[in-house]
Write a protein that binds this ligand. Sequence first.
Ligand SMILES: [Cu+2]
Length: 125
Amino acid sequence: MDTSQILVTLGGLGLVVFVVWYFFFGKRTSTAAALTESGVQEIAITVKGGYSPDSIEVVKDKPVRLKFYRDETSSCSEELVFGEFSLRRELPAFETTVIDILPTKTGTFEFTCGMNMLRGKLIVR
Ligand SMILES: [Cu+2]
């Protein structure tokens, strides 16, 4: 192989590595809840001008504990609405509000603030 062939080969390899990386890691923006010893899928969410993380992955038929810490006093985020689970909950400022749910079907379910402005989603697999 001469230099140009080596360069083309390396370029091709680089592209393959990038594509693989992109599909396996680059698009993965949701955060999986951690499974605790007691079998509960737990995740801490910070509420500050939005939900962080705002895309949470859990598995079906295992209890989920969402721990919302509201790190602001902005009235926008004072209420949390989770239609799929018929939930409407006050989130006191600078406190953690624990919400326990049991996802029994797969899909993507949105939770929002009381005004439907801040959005997050729970992805059940
Ligand atoms: Cu709002």
